[in-house]
Design a protein around this ligand. Structure first.
Ligand SMILES: [Zn+2]
Length: 99
């Protein structure tokens, strides 16, 4: 199975944009669930984020994704995330973590 990282990381400017829909699911469902699971299992904050991300990446590798492609895609997404966090802080937006 070939994973098309370009397709998975590029906005298509439609209402049905895969990137936007995936980001919405993560923000509104996955992130709150992970925080609740960490709390319920008395695990340190962000432990499930880190290990969950690694495990999900492992599934992608089992499906044939190459580490270089994953790292390139992640670097771009993390760059975007950094920029978004900086903008939110500049405009006094939602605080992440223990600000
Ligand atoms: Zn989009």
């Amino acid at each position: 199975m070939r994973i098309d990282f370009e397709d998975l990381t590029t906005h298509d400017e439609t209402e049905e944009c895969t990137v936007c829909r995936a980001q919405d699911v993560v923000s509104f469902m996955l992130v709150p669930a992970v925080a609740a699971w960490e709390h319920a299992n008395q695990l340190p904050q962000h432990s499930l984020s880190l290990h969950g991300a690694a495990a999900l990446i492992g599934f992608m590798m089992q499906d044939g994704a190459r580490r270089e492609d994953i790292e390139r895609a992640l670097a771009g997404l993390v760059d975007d995330m950094e920029q978004q966090i900086a903008e939110e802080r500049a405009f006094g937006g939602p605080a992440q973590g223990n600000a």
